[in-house]
Design a protein around this ligand. Structure first.
Ligand code: F6R
Length: 608
């Protein structure tokens, strides 16, 4: 979603802002822009399309400014045109605003402004903010922003510059991420740390309804109601290499290959093999509550929701706790029945997804304890939850989630062991599960080493227009995830189904042009899945099977087999999803798609 970066200091602002925008590209966007305070006043440039188009425009201009703001826009109100790109200016041309979020009452505000004779030119909800700030400007930009925001309903992270206050940037947040970065004699504001990591790893998170005023040497935070806030700066332990491609063609490819390491990181220091249990620091204050909970609700969106479905299988089987999995976007508008014995688990890679955040807030309002399973340290869900577990997958830049998914499953497995050991699983069983989890990274590496075979299968099928993904039991959510990966990055239509459900409808679609990817690992329902495969083959469907090493027989029944190592059944998703990620990746590469920034998608969906 939209990305914001702002700079004030001694260096030239333009290259810093452009680099920041490139680092924000992964969030998903369709236009970009920049505003700078030059000696002659406010200058700006903006363009529909990618940052390199903005860069081309800027190549014809000479800017020397040391203060500016920049933006990548993911269109919500108005098409992605030059005019609708941010920054949005007021009609005096003094004020420039960049904005992430949605101003819900912008129509009413616009009508008032138009009645007063202003001529707003864009289709955006953002433009009104620039006009309101100008209306309230009386020599103090922070005050004018405060007054303007008191009129605004909705979500925002904004950054503002004004040629009449050339020594400051004012930024504010309500419901969309924003942080400040502290350098030496320079300060930054950004939607996420990737935009400024080259310059500083010292950040302070801005909270909802807070305003921050940055000068080159200082910053000042207050609430919209003008209460002073003292916020400490924290050091982020992400390095620049972590947000670069390290020799891979795409971030997604790098992230798929990082999984042996990211899964080691997810378990590091957390396993207690002797006692067959785990230690999760973020949950130690909640152990008593966890021992008495009678029900779990897991809420999430997209890929994180698929991880939640796998969590449901794990928790019900091993901890014997009833689990419901809810789309966060639905949960927030229902009247869920929650009591003090209900635990709400919230899963989010970014920790900023608007629907997931709203669902968590709703659950907490209703008295539930909400624990987060989050990747981005310091993100809003991580900060607002009652506790939780970081997945430690490192920055995920590819829009299609890969390594975060497996790390989420790993953390759900650890939580399962913790809760299971409080209830009905023995130390021996706990130990067996931990040993299985410890073997996962090496087994994933074996699958990755077979990438060439998966690429060959992709070469056979990349021109197909439709795909079916089938799985059963704990591998049904993996079928959903495999289909989601394919459609997201290759734009091939794909459906994930529980294999047995196929005969209740989707079977009508099967012919020689409809390949089916079937997860057919050797487990308790293997024979049933083989019958489902037979049903596909009987209708001339072509089958790519994900099967367990040593299953010599399966090749006689399918067109292609990708083998994965043996693993305890409940943890098989950690392996079975890897070939599906690679298959989607290679088909998208062959179709010449934009792998890391698929059309229309945003990495962090911070609007409803
Ligand atoms: C799919 C994908 C999305 C996200 C979803 C939730 O590849 O990335 O479906 O999983 O938008 O995002 P988080 O986990 O950041 O809350």
């Amino acid at each position: 979603m939209c990305g914001i970066v702002g700079y004030i200091g001694q260096q030239k602002a333009t290259p810093i802002l452009l680099e920041g925008l490139k680092r924000l590209e992964y969030r998903g966007y369709d236009s970009a822009g920049i505003a700078l305070l030059e000696d002659e006043g406010l200058k700006h440039e903006k363009s529909a399309g990618k940052v390199h188009m903005l860069e081309r425009l800027l190549a014809n201009r000479t800017f020397t400014s040391h203060i500016g703001i920049a933006h990548t826009r993911w269109a919500t109100h108005g098409e992605p045109t030059d005019l609708n790109a941010h920054p949005q200016l007021d009609d005096t041309g003094n004020i420039a605003v960049v904005h992430n979020g949605i101003i819900e009452n912008y129509r009413a505000l616009r009508e008032v402004l138009e009645r007063e004779g202003h001529n707003l030119v864009s289709d955006t909800d953002t433009e009104v903010i620039a006009y309101l700030i100008n209306m309230y400007y009386n020599g103090d930009l922070t005050e004018a922003v405060r007054m303007a925001l008191s009129q605004v309903e909705g979500t925002y992270a904004i950054a503002v510059i004004d040629s009449r206050s050339p020594d400051k940037i004012v930024a504010a947040r309500n419901g969309a991420p924003l942080l400040l970065g502290q350098g030496q004699g320079e300060n930054f504001v950004a939607s996420d740390v990737a935009a400024i990591l080259r310059h500083t790893n010292k950040v302070a998170y801005i909270e909802d309804k807070e305003i921050v005023t940055l000068t080159a040497d200082n910053y000042h935070i207050s609430t919209i109601e003008n209460v002073e806030i003292s916020r400490k700066v924290e050091e982020i332990n992400w390095s620049l290499e972590m947000i670069e491609k390290a020799g891979h063609d795409h971030f997604m490819h790098k992230e798929i290959h990082e999984q042996p390491e990211t899964l080691r990181n997810a378990t590091r220091g957390r396993l207690n093999i002797e006692e067959g249990t785990v230690r999760l620091n973020g949950l130690t204050d909640h152990l008593e509550d966890l021992s008495r909970i009678k029900r779990v609700i897991i809420t999430a969106c997209g890929t994180s929701w698929h991880a939640a479905l796998i969590g449901e299988y794990l928790l019900e089987e091993y901890a014997q706790i009833p689990v419901e999995v809810e789309y966060a976007s639905e949960f927030r508008y229902r009247s869920p029945i929650i009591d003090e014995n209900t635990l709400v688990l919230v899963i989010s890679q970014s920790g900023e997804t608007a629907d997931t955040l709203a669902a968590m807030r709703e659950a907490r309002r209703k008295g539930a304890k909400a624990l987060g399973i989050v990747n981005v340290v310091g993100s809003t869900i991580a900060r607002e939850s009652d506790g939780g577990v970081y997945i430690h997958a490192g920055p995920e830049i590819g829009v299609a989630s890969t390594k975060a998914f497996t790390s989420q499953i790993m953390v759900l497995s650890l939580i399962t062991i913790l809760l299971g050991r409080m209830r009905n699983i023995s130390a021996n069983m706990g130990k067996e599960m931990i040993e299985a989890l410890e073997s996962i990274p090496e087994k994933i590496q074996q699958i990755l080493d077979n990438e060439i075979q998966i690429k060959e299968i992709a070469e056979t099928y990349y021109k197909s227009n439709n795909f079916l993904y089938l799985g059963r039991g704990v591998n049904f959510p993996v079928a959903l995830e495999g289909a989601l990966k394919l459609k997201e990055i290759s734009y091939i239509h794909a459906e994930g189904y529980p294999a047995a459900e196929m005969k209740h409808g989707p079977i009508a679609l099967i012919d020689e042009k409809m390949p089916a990817v079937v997860i057919a690992t050797k487990d308790s329902i293997y024979d049933k899945v083989m019958s489902n495969i037979a049903q596909v083959r009987a209708r001339n469907g072509r089958v790519i099977a994900i099967a367990t090493e040593g299953d010599a027989e399966i090749a006689n029944h399918v067109n292609h087999v990708i083998f994965i190592p043996q693993i305890k059944q409940c943890f098989s998703p950690l392996l079975s999803v890897i070939p599906l990620q690679l298959l989607a990746y290679h088909m998208a590469v062959l179709r010449k798609c934009n792998i890391d920034q698929p059309r229309n998608l945003a990495k962090s969906v911070t609007v409803e």
